[in-house]
Design a protein. Structure first.
Ligand code: 5GP
Ligand code: ZN
Length: 114
């Protein structure tokens, strides 16, 4: 079955791309929950963060993601802070099975789960 984030990475379906390089694509969430809500995903498909963690190139990919977080934080003016979320599998509430991180900010987030 076609993966929607692979299709976004391959430009087969449109998205608002904030930043990309050979390894990572960062684009606006379709249904933002904050003034800034960017999805950060590797272009290569991994189902979820556990799949990424066990992959041979997982550390390399994670490093590319961390660099992209830093760039996107600067591009979107999140120096005052943000929340970075990964929902993993069914109990974590993951709905798109291509690993990604939600970078959320542009306001003070008051709800605290922990
Ligand atoms: P998850 O629930 O897997 O953590 O996050 C999936 C996110 O992808 C949701 O916040 C949802 O709004 C977003 N999303 C789903 N389909 C699309 C799409 O086609 N384009 C974009 N830009 N975001 C999407
Ligand atoms: Zn995919």
């Amino acid at each position: 079955m076609a993966c929607i984030f692979c299709m976004i990475a391959n430009k087969e379906i449109p998205s608002s791309v904030i930043y990309e390089n050979d390894d990572v694509i960062c684009f606006k969430d379709l249904k933002p929950v904050a003034p800034v809500h960017i999805l950060i995903a590797p272009k290569k498909h991994y189902d979820d963060i556990l799949d990424l963690a066990s992959a041979e190139d997982g550390a390399e990919t994670m490093s590319a993601i961390m660099s992209a977080i830093s760039v996107v934080t600067e591009l979107t003016g999140l120096e005052e802070g943000f929340r970075l979320i990964n929902n993993c599998r069914e109990f974590g509430g993951q709905t798109v099975m291509h690993v990604h991180f939600h970078l959320i900010g542009g306001m003070k987030i008051s709800e605290k789960l922990l």
